[in-house]
Design a binder for this molecule. Structure first.
Ligand SMILES: Cc1cc2nc3c(=O)[nH]c(=O)nc-3n(C[C@H](O)[C@H](O)[C@H](O)COP(=O)(O)OP(=O)(O)OC[C@H]3O[C@@H](n4cnc5c(N)ncnc54)[C@H](O)[C@@H]3O)c2cc1C
Length: 434
């Protein structure tokens, strides 16, 4: 599905409770009270859709990319937080009280029912804690997996509190049709969690993999090769990535995303180029052969399939070379149906992986801290470097595929746009969602 349709569906879903409330045609209250209800409802429906956005569903992230999906998840959470924070403040001055039989539409009074209010107050503070712990995750210095567990369980508690508060304290949420809608939307969100943490791992358990080899490529980069156990392997496209769970139960939260560096046509084994960073990646050298692995794959939209451009410029920084290797290797297997040029940057010469293999391609090696005998490009992958190595024909007609550090990606994207390359001809994958 094309992204404009996804955006349209998204907007329709988050607005559906508002539209349903409006269709009740109840007598209106002062504007600030209606706004308070509206913002509360919007915040809740945005939170519910957050479950879908973070659920790695291919009909979403397969179309717009996982990095874009997660960025939308983060931005919409902040928007919902803003709405939620304002929501109770706008009720200031509204008479409160218990149930009034003569005020069936709750036009005149706010509920003071303790249980309905306490779930709202609980949700208010929990939402702030969840959002703050996500925004400042890296400064918390807790393990990623621990944070992810806290985030998932916290979000589950949050929607339960919000459902209770909306149905029992909300003016509109108490109406049977609205209550039904909220239950359905909450059911979908919770169902997503069950699917992600129970159904999907259960399916992965039936398609295990095992470590074939782990080899050091450079001082801090490794190649991990996996072979399928009892099945034919994975159907994927060059440039896609997988979530790897190495040596844990398929139901474990210990999994990390890595781009596949092997070619889809190269046999059932899949390989990855992995750079040491934290607890899992720094322990790669200790992983034994035959260690069981589970794969959640394929994901990502860094695919050149169905692209009609005459040529492709691949631009990689550091370990961003992984998906480019897959694309290059697949092109070689297919007899290289179109021109491919690679621009590959590293800080040091020793960090270049598969140098011999890449030298056989049309590759521009870039090093920012070169050794004395370095013959290639020196510096960073930036505008002047692109201008030196690319022609008008590249900027005007070729497909660009980017993967690397955020600063490099931002710089290259800006330069390509400035040179007239349309954004439809720029594909990118970011390794960091923050
Ligand atoms: C789509 C994608 C493709 C990637 N491809 C490669 C690759 O080919 N080669 C490579 O070396 N690195 C790749 N990465 C980065 C890699 O996932 C992290 O370096 C790795 O997960 C770090 O794990 P760790 O346990 O060693 O370190 P940690 O200290 O646990 O994590 C370091 C950081 O990695 C990120 N991270 C960790 N676990 C996850 C997770 N389950 N989901 C999302 N982010 C997580 C978080 O930002 C975290 O702060 C990719 C990342 C993404 C999002």
């Amino acid at each position: 599905m094309k992204w404009p349709y996804l955006v349209l569906i998204y907007v329709l879903v988050i607005l559906s409770p508002l539209a349903a409330s409006w269709s009740l045609n109840w007598p209106s209250r002062p504007f600030h009270q209606e706004l308070a209800s509206g913002l509360g409802m919007l915040a809740f429906s945005i939170i519910l859709i957050e479950f879908l956005l973070s659920g790695r569903f291919k009909f979403i992230s397969g179309n717009v990319g996982m990095d874009v999906t997660m960025r939308v998840h983060q931005l919409m959470a902040r928007t919902a937080l803003g709405f939620a924070l304002i929501h109770p403040l706008l009720y200031q001055g509204t008479p409160t009280g218990g149930h009034r039989p003569w005020d069936v539409t709750h036009q005149l009074t706010l509920t003071t029912d303790f249980s309905a209010l306490v779930t709202g107050i609980g949700a208010y503070f929990l939402f702030v804690i969840l959002a703050a712990s996500a925004i400042f995750r890296k400064s918390l210095e807790c393990k990623y997996e621990t944070w992810r567990l806290f985030h998932g369980l916290g979000a589950l508690v949050l929607v339960c509190l919000l459902l209770h508060h909306t149905v029992y304290a909300g003016r509109y949420g108490g109406h049977p049709s609205l209550s039904y809608l909220w239950f359905v939307l909450t059911g979908i969100a919770v169902g997503t969690l069950l699917y992600v943490y129970l159904v999907r791992p259960f399916r992965q358990r039936k398609r295990p993999w095992s470590v074939s080899t782990v080899s050091r490529l450079t001082p801090r980069q490794w190649e991990l090769r996996l072979k399928p156990v009892g099945h034919k392997g994975l159907t994927y496209e060059a440039g896609q990535f997988a979530w790897l769970n190495v040596g844990h139960s398929p139901f474990s939260l210990n999994e990390n995303p890595f781009s596949i560096s092997s070619a889809p046509g190269g046999g059932p084994e899949v390989s990855f180029v992995i750079k040491e960073l934290g607890d899992f990646t720094c322990g790669l050298g200790q992983i034994a052969q035959q260690t069981p692995v589970y794969l959640d794959a394929p994901h990502g939209n860094l695919s050149i399939k169905n692209r009609s451009e005459n040529g492709i410029v691949l631009i990689a920084g550091g370990v961003g070379i992984a998906p480019m290797l897959s694309i290059l290797r697949q092109a070689k297997l297919c007899g290289r149906p179109r021109d491919i040029k690679l621009i590959y940057g590293n800080r040091l010469v020793e960090q270049i992986v598969y140098r011999e293999e890449l030298t056989q391609e049309d590759t521009v090696f870039v090093v920012s801290e070169p050794s004395k005998d370095w013959q290639g490009e020196i510096g960073l992958i930036d505008g002047p470097l692109l201008d030196r190595n690319l022609s008008k024909e590249h900027f005007d007609g070729w497909l660009f595929v980017l993967c690397g550090p955020t600063a490099m990606m931002d710089n290259v994207e800006d330069h390509l746009i400035a040179r007239g390359t349309s954004s439809e001809r720029i594909l990118s994958e970011r390794f960091d969602y923050d």
